[in-house]
Write a protein that binds this ligand. Structure first.
Ligand SMILES: NC(=O)c1ccc[n+]([C@@H]2O[C@H](COP(=O)([O-])OP(=O)(O)OC[C@H]3O[C@@H](n4cnc5c(N)ncnc54)[C@H](O)[C@@H]3O)[C@@H](O)[C@H]2O)c1
Length: 637
């Protein structure tokens, strides 16, 4: 695909003919020159006064310089006439400092624009950038090339749009910086020259003309460039203008907390599945898939389900008894997915029917993936039956299966239609799974909520015994924090590459894989969190005491911090677990981004891992992980 930006296509967007284009430029120039000529005396006086102000003290020069840098840097967010600010900088601070200020301000503006375009500063872009600006940048991004990036630096308005577009397009960062810094350097030099003349005694109108000439020259150059590229394009292909599709969809799904949802007195399911607004509507068709171990551990469940649907037979039609799916992680594979598609087809499931998925994260991931893709999406409610699925996997928007030896390689982002968390379904869950699920609660507390972390510390005994109230609150709060992270200014469909909820996950996924899923997801996450905390201590980001608090809490809850697979190495002696970094980088789409704790309740992303330090952290993990309970001590290496 061609990577060139064509300003002529922008002209087509605004429906300007070439004659109208030139006429508007001439009119604009005449207006600016006329206003300068009419106010020549006042402008001269203003500049002289400002000049005197800056000569008074070093402090005011520095303050002016910083202020002008800031104004130029914010050009992308505010309507700043940068050519005028540039000239003022040189007139006030002299050609050298002035040019330096212009260069710095423009370059910071480029970086800010790129970050905004790339989606790093969502809150800022949502507040300050108008939909029209985003639309313009979004249209431009498909055509933006290096030459356009340089030429547009001098063109008012399009200069800001082009850096936003570069960010949106994911223009290579180094190349972007090199090109924009070179162009900014040229601009700073040119304004340095013009500004010096402005401060001197030369004919005023000539100087003003030169101030106009610079953006004008850039506009001319970009116009000629666009003509040339469009001619080339026309010669090579029949240049049909691109169309842009843009729309927004808002998602909403309830996360319902209830108990004994299959007791006939409980109306939660009925209210969800049968539309109350249409009392004469035909009965809703429902198909239920359930984890085989769940059905085995709770033999009454199938009977309770059948009784519920029999009781509400007028409103709900259960197409078959709960269909058992391969238990646990083994369900996340293609043959099970194929089996699901066949069953959905066989039972005539359409987009008005409902599918209920009962099970842990693995069942929800697989059934969710099948339902998101069958008929391009059918209605589905998740009914999580593990702690981990109730507080994390079930409330998210991701679905997927493992493939070709990689965890979650195939999948999609597709929110469920509802989630029902029924604490009573956890009564048959083995103790190991109950504890494993708490890892996600500790994770979200460690990155986001110190208060919740302290609460977990205070209630570790009840949590270890799975006492009702404490466990219910831990699940509720964890689900709430996950939802907040996804919905409030988060990145639900993971377009950017910052993933705070993936704290400790790069090594966790690898460890699960190396152990052939003998190590549970939550157990692996607990180890992954400690490894990254030890690395953060090595970096000097996290205090030893805070790392030890995390380790203590995990041990008090009954987590093991060491698994034999962590000691496995390749032929060169490199720990196999470290290959998880590369897997994770690929999973993120190219750039590594790993959240590290800076204290309990706060994190920062890093984009590079120093392998020798990570190996040290691994050695320390081995030391700590193999110490007996009750005598846990920090071991300096
Ligand atoms: N989609 C997401 O956003 C997301 C987030 C986190 C984790 N996950 C995925 O979730 C999976 C881990 O979930 P999990 O920890 O729930 O594991 P799981 O689904 O493998 O369930 C753990 C074990 O408990 C059994 N089980 C489930 N419910 C039971 C019950 N009530 N009684 C008795 N046994 C029961 C299962 O058969 C299995 O053996 C991983 O595959 C992970 O990748 C997905």
């Amino acid at each position: 695909m061609s990577q060139h930006y064509s300003p002529e296509k922008q002209g087509q967007q605004s429906d300007l003919s070439p004659t109208q284009f030139w006429l508007s430029i001439a009119l604009f120039a005449t207006l600016v020159i006329a206003s300068f000529l009419s106010f020549e005396q006042q402008i001269r006086l203003w500049i002289t006064e400002l000049g005197q102000l800056t000569t008074d003290s070093h402090f005011s020069i520095l303050s002016f310089a910083l202020l002008l840098v800031l104004i130029l840097a914010l050009d992308v967010l505010l309507p700043v006439p940068s050519s005028m600010i540039g000239l003022a900088a040189v007139a006030l601070l002299g050609p050298v400092t002035g040019s330096l200020v212009i260069f710095t301000g423009l370059t910071m503006g480029c970086i800010l624009g790129y970050l905004l375009g790339a989606g790093y500063l969502r809150l800022l872009s949502r507040t300050w950038l108008s939909p029209a600006e985003k639309q313009k940048a979004s249209t431009m991004q498909t055509h933006l090339g290096g030459t356009a990036l340089v030429l547009l630096r001098g063109v008012p308005v399009l200069a800001e749009t082009s850096v936003l577009a570069a960010g949106m397009q994911g223009y290579p960062v180094r190349q972007f910086l090199l090109l924009t810094m070179l162009a900014n350097f040229g601009l700073a030099m040119a304004y340095g020259y013009i500004g010096t003349a402005l401060a001197g005694e030369e004919a005023f109108w000539l100087v003003v003309l030169s101030a106009m000439v610079l953006p004008g020259l850039f506009m001319l150059a970009s116009w000629f460039w666009s003509k040339r590229t469009s001619q080339l394009n026309q010669n090579s292909v029949n240049a049909t203008p691109n169309l842009m599709a843009q729309f927004e969809i808002s998602y909403q799904f309830p996360v319902i907390f209830s108990e004994q949802i299959f007791a006939t007195a409980n109306l939660t399911l009925l209210d969800l599945l049968y539309p109350k607004s249409q009392p004469s509507a035909p009965a809703t068709k429902v198909l239920i898939f359930a984890d085989a171990s769940l059905l085995q551990a709770n033999p009454d469940l199938a009977r309770d389900i059948q009784r519920y649907f029999d009781f509400y037979a007028q409103e709900l039609t259960l197409l078959a008894g709960p269909i058992a799916l391969t238990a646990g992680e083994q369900t996340k594979q293609q043959p099970v997915l194929d089996q699901l598609y066949q069953l959905l087809l066989h039972h005539g499931i359409d987009r008005h029917s409902w599918v209920l998925a009962l099970g842990g994260g693995a069942t929800l991931d697989t059934v969710g993936y099948a339902c998101s893709t069958f008929h391009r999406g059918i209605r589905m409610a998740r009914i999580p039956t593990t702690v981990l699925a109730q507080n994390d996997a079930g409330v998210g928007v991701k679905n997927g299966i493992n493939a070709f030896g990689h965890k979650n390689l195939l999948g999609c982002f597709c929110p469920p239609d509802a989630v029902i968390n029924d604490f009573s379904l956890l009564s048959c869950l083995p103790q190991r799974e109950r504890i494993a699920g708490l890892a996600e609660a500790i994770k979200v507390a460690a990155i986001k909520d110190t208060e919740f972390f302290c609460w977990l510390e205070q209630h570790h005994k009840e949590l270890r015994l799975f006492a009702g109230q404490a466990s219910k609150y831990a699940i509720y709060r964890c689900a709430q924090l996950h939802l907040e992270k996804i919905t409030q200014g988060g990145d639900p469909f993971e377009r950017g590459n910052g993933r705070p909820l993936d704290y400790g996950h790069w090594s966790a996924h690898k460890l699960e894989n190396l152990s052939h899923y003998r190590v549970r997801h939550g157990e692996a996450v607990a180890i992954g969190m400690v490894l990254d905390a030890l690395y953060a201590v090595q970096l000097g980001w996290l205090g030893q005491t805070e790392a030890m608090r995390l380790i203590h809490l995990l041990r008090q809850l009954g987590f093991s911090l060491w698994q034999p697979e962590l000691a496995a190495t390749d032929a060169k002696g490199m720990p196999l677990i470290l290959a998880g970094l590369e897997d994770f980088r690929q999973h993120l789409g190219g750039e590594l981004s790993i959240p590290l704790l800076t204290r309990l309740g706060a994190y920062q992303n890093v984009h590079e891992i120093q392998l020798p330090l990570m190996q040290q952290a691994l050695l320390q993990l081995a030391e700590l992980g193999q110490q007996p309970d009750g005598s846990l001590q920090w071991c300096p290496l």
